[in-house]
Design a protein around this ligand. Sequence first.
Ligand SMILES: Cc1ncc(COP(=O)(O)O)c(C=O)c1O
Length: 402
Amino acid sequence: MWLAILGTATNASTNANACSFKDLCPALANKTYFNYGGQGPLPTPALEAMTSSWKTIQERGPFTTAVWPFIEQETSRLRGALAALCGVAPHRIALTENVTSGCVLPLWGLPWSSSDELLISDCEHPGVVAACRELARREGLSIATLPVLELCRSTPQAQLETAVLDQLEQHLKGSTRLVVLSHLLWNTGSVMPIASVAERLQDHPRQPWLLVDAAQSMGSIPVEAAARAADIYAFTGHKWCCGPEGLGGVALSERLLEQAQPTLIGWRSLRQESAAGSCWHQDARRFEVATSCVPLMRGLLTSLELLEAEGDAASRLQSIRQRSGQLWEGLNKRGDVQTLLPEPPPAGLVSFVLTGQDSAAVVERLGKAGLWIRRLDDPDCLRACTHITTTPAEVEALLNAL
Ligand SMILES: Cc1ncc(COP(=O)(O)O)c(C=O)c1O
């Protein structure tokens, strides 16, 4: 699919398709890596593609009429590719720097009234929660919590959809105006039923907005149904997509595009620079701001193309789950480990507690042995992620080192 969408494979990436993705990542050559949910490794062809894009900009420009068509081409190619991944039209995609700006910029542009309530799941990332709290303080909104953490810990994934929808039912009020729920929870590793939640919200008299943090889902599980259904579906290129840091995107709903105003405003928000202040883009570009790093776009496109060459999202998820399942099973054979989930994970995040051991000390000890996992604060646990690059031997090495 990517080859068709992009039609732009660099020589480097085309030749590299013969190798496995793992062999293309210098970061994976000298360590055993399980922090894909923090940041993915950058394949060398993506780095080379960025250098080549930078060279083109310098050779043609940098600020000349000769360079603008190139910049326009790079931007619209990436927008089109991300739109295809999300299953939405390109005008619904805004390019951002990261997950957080994709969540916060449109969120702050929504029309609020002081009786509105924000319903935020108890598994959201601290940065997004902080932005909601500050929004609530400034606009006089109230905040309520949607408890999903304990549900995830006790409910098999097959029954989780019903359990989450029941919980939502109990917490929706007449004043609920926004629900914040990640697609793939960064702490437990559970998948949330985003499309069903969106459907339920449409039946609510006030049709609350649905903000979805897609930090862990984009690049690791199929996202179309959720991205199409959410009002704000914000993601980054630097985690599971293995692109460069500093480039992400957000898929926005049609109703959000009609009703939300730009927030962090700059020339890229404007349809016509000469009519400053009155002439926003009608599409998602109203949430783009100003100058950003164009070569990163070619880097992300190349990484996505290389991932696609390894299989579509559904088949990549199968490999990811084979390894996360292997890890989950291995952990559960030990008497001193409690996994957060009651069954093998639906994606690549495996969180667990090592009883009687300080998690920070475990991370440090493993790091010294060249194995990289991370600690999470809430709940206090360890998290190891598996990607398509993870091998059975690496999982065994982690289990032995633990
Ligand atoms: C669930 C979740 N949301 C948001 C973020 C922040 O991502 P970014 O730095 O791309 O904004 C992270 C980063 O780990 C995350 O895991």
